[in-house]
Design a protein around this ligand. Sequence first.
Ligand code: NAP
Length: 482
Amino acid sequence: MNKQTMQQAATAFPVYRKKSNAERAEFLERIASEIEALGDTLIQTAMAESNLPEARLLGERGRTANQLRLFANLVREGSWVEAVIDTAQPERIPPRPDLRKMLNPLGPVVVFGASNFPLAFSTAGGDTASALAAGCTVVIKGHPGHPKTSALVFGAMQAAIAACGMPEHTIQHVDSTDFATGKALVQDPLTQAVGFTGSLAGGTALVEYARERKQPIPVFAEMSSINPVILLPEILSAQPEALAKQLAASFTLGMGQFCTKPGLILAQDCEALDVFLRTIGHEVPGLPTMPMLHGGIHAAYEKNLHTALEQPGLGVLGKTAKEVSGIEPTAAVALVDGDTFLANPKLHEEVFGPYALVVKCQSKQQIAQILEHLEGQLTLTFMATDADALANADLVELGQSRAGRVIFNGVPTGVEVVASMQHGGPYPATTDSRFTSVGSDAIKRWARPICYQNYPAALLPMELQDNNPLGIWRWVDGVFTK
Ligand code: NAP
């Protein structure tokens, strides 16, 4: 079954990749409008399967459609292929040949749907949209947490395939709940890359499968991040209560089921920190709770929370006061001192759900030491006045070495889908910190450069032809030009 699926994806690839930029852009736009046309049925189905509220899913549907349209615009404009031309210098000694380079799609790829974004990071989510934009055919391994939602979205994609005259197997959907299927898809010799968002264990397993292949392939996995927030002294003294309320709301938002949830808060010991701790400890018990995405995530959260809270030296500042039922989580915030945090790597691990740990540091040097020892992160946030920022430029620089996105005076949970976004960071945040899974650069994961040396003009891709028929931006003999 999987063999046939990947064979079909491979057969469709050379046909799909030859579609013009305009045709591919129209196809992506058509997928967006077909998803929108599913209307309330899609929203109600996703609500029933994910426990997420209507407003959140309406927003997510908007983001999914916008993402598809963002990639449609990118493909229509065409310059994303990074065309470079170094014209021949026959008079040079030795003579220089004519050299041209651009990005080309990798081939058939496998995308694992994520559980925590049933629309925007699942079937027709960012990984699928960017891979289709690059010219790859896509096999989606649906997430078992929302099979009916996935089936509806896949139906919309099939309608777009038919309406736009794309090869039937441009996109395929595999519904399975056993690891063997995912493994077989990753290890099929025809698969050229993998996209994944989920657990560290899951992502690591996929990387291992890929390594075992005769031809290893890239696995772009987004896995685990605790998104540290550093409260600098002047801002903490000025507004400890407001910061506590802002962070409590952020780490419990959507029951903490965001890869960018701020799970670690660092600050130097001071009077204002005591006010912050008291406020966050009072805030969390009364915050509303709702069921988590599925039983597996809830069970993992309760287990990981228990493990975190039983670590020596940890004290609970506050946790959900009411009796929770079913798969509602107990939100919690805890406190530990800097020495204990540094000595216990267990405290550095992601607890996926509404939990955050505050670390009371002895000094600025201890914050720096913690940043140096922290694993790679998707984001790192500084709460700071202008004076704080200037006085702590060294910490800020250190922060850059640990994370893909460095934020000032905001919470990390919101992720804009734009060209300047970086959603990726050093391991274990992702498997390859050079790439992003959100924003237009996500397309780069699915393409590789090919250099065309002394190529017959008639065989050159349009992007590299002398007269630039697509009118794209190119780097020609060291100058950006159209
Ligand atoms: P998951 O367990 O990593 O599973 C995601 C997908 O990967 C599923 O389709 C699953 O297959 C597949 N998979 C996982 N391990 C595999 C293996 N060894 N071999 C083959 N396929 C494998 O993620 P989840 O179900 O979404 O949630 C579980 C935990 O992941 C959460 O509690 C949380 O800790 C973490 N998570 C993190 C993020 C993040 O953004 N950092 C997002 C979501 C979840 P099956 O369909 O066969 O189960």
